[in-house]
Design a protein around this ligand. Structure first.
Ligand code: PMP
Length: 353
């Protein structure tokens, strides 16, 4: 009975000289305590519902990271490596231009490792991200939205020059960004799916996520089809000599008007750069929530649209892929964009209503 079980359990907590040893941790059991940094990565990979004709599509759910996005991975990896190499002094300061997720990821790692953070944030990105960076104790330097990430980077270097202990990791330029995903995201996907990977589809901001996964997967599946996803209005497609009409877009975290800023995005690794409109990304993130329970941001909506298109092309024989499986990444949560009306009408999200 319940009461019997309860009394047994209570008994087992009574101190007893004979049983002292049993309180020692077993050598076979892993220590249940761990640092927050150890919880980064190892995110779930789940199959998405796709209507036929399609091949299976899997998404890596990066909102399960402690800072809530894929960027915790690079925050941890980049800062640990900079400390190991002696490029960042103990107790030093990390200065980074960021729209938010990278700042949050870097601040999580910096706080665990006893470092300070200063983030240069162009206006116009989500208020939630800004507040989370502030909650983590980061100093935030607001700059006008129209100076872009390259303007924000210049400002970050000016700030760092004035502080002896400061380093600008520069997610858009450091190979450590790609390395983080090669060593973690890519390897986790290979562990889960083995060589059953036909295509890798991911949104590109810095390109670190896609390049790191592609490098890891290509070692085992050399012909894997690699697809970058950008919003309509972004011009990464020019890297593959494709025409792109520059325009505004609302999808957050991916895309650019200056493809040269993403020094890590290697055109030779890309098979395609797929464009997804704001309207399609928004409809998809709402469908993912209402039909499947996925609360994801707009870059995940765009990734899902693109991954489903690729899966349909593989299923119909239009695209020759080494396996009948597509993998994508959902970088963050829709909760991060509630103030932007992400779950409202398309017009409300676009700011026209
Ligand atoms: N989605 C979101 C929400 C992001 O914040 C980012 C990073 N800017 C990306 C996608 C793209 O990731 P990456 O920089 O690795 O290309």
């Amino acid at each position: 009975t319940d009461s019997h079980e309860l009394s047994e359990r209570t008994d087992s907590h009574e101190p007893s000289s004979e049983r002292t040893d049993s309180h020692e941790p077993s050598s076979e059991r892993t220590d249940p305590r761990g640092s927050l940094l150890e919880t980064i990565g190892h995110t779930p990979l789940v199959e998405l519902e796709t209507g036929p004709p399609s091949v299976p599509v899997y998404a890596k759910l990066e909102t399960f990271n402690p800072g809530g996005s894929v960027k915790d991975r690079i925050g941890k990896h980049i800062i640990e490596r900079l400390l190991d190499r002696g490029d960042l002094p103990p107790g030093g300061t990390v200065v980074e231009p960021t729209a938010g997720n990278t700042g949050i990821g870097m601040a999580v790692a910096a706080n665990q490792l006893g470092l300070d953070t200063v983030f240069v944030v162009p206006r116009g990105f989500s208020e939630e991200k800004r507040r989370l960076m502030a909650a983590l104790g980061a100093e935030i330097v607001d700059v006008p939205g129209d100076i872009g990430m390259s303007g924000a980077a210049e400002r970050a270097h000016e700030i760092a020059e004035q502080r002896e202990d400061a380093v600008v990791p520069q997610q858009f330029a450091t190979p450590l960004n790609v390395e983080a995903h090669y060593e973690t995201t890519g390897r986790e996907i290979l562990e889960a799916l083995g060589e059953e990977i036909g295509a890798v589809v991911a949104g590109v901001g810095s390109g670190g996520t896609l390049m790191g996964i592609a490098r890891a997967v290509r070692e085992r599946v050399p012909d894997v089809h690699v697809v970058a996803v950008e919003p309509e209005g972004s011009t990464f497609g020019e890297l593959l000599d494709e025409h792109r009409e520059e325009g505004d877009y609302k999808t957050e975290g991916i895309g650019t008007h200056d493809p040269s800023v993403a020094e890590l995005l290697d055109p030779d690794v890309l098979d395609e750069v797929v464009t997804v409109s704001d309207r399609d990304a928004h409809a998809e993130l709402q469908r993912l929530a209402s039909e499947a329970g996925h609360l994801v941001g707009s870059s995940s909506g765009a990734a899902s649209v693109a991954a489903r298109r690729v899966a349909e092309r593989i299923a119909s024989g239009d695209l020759d892929a080494p396996a009948e499986t597509v993998v994508t990444v959902f970088p963050d949560s829709g909760e991060r964009y509630l103030s932007k009306n992400i779950y409202g009408s398309f017009e409300a999200w676009e700011g026209k209503a």
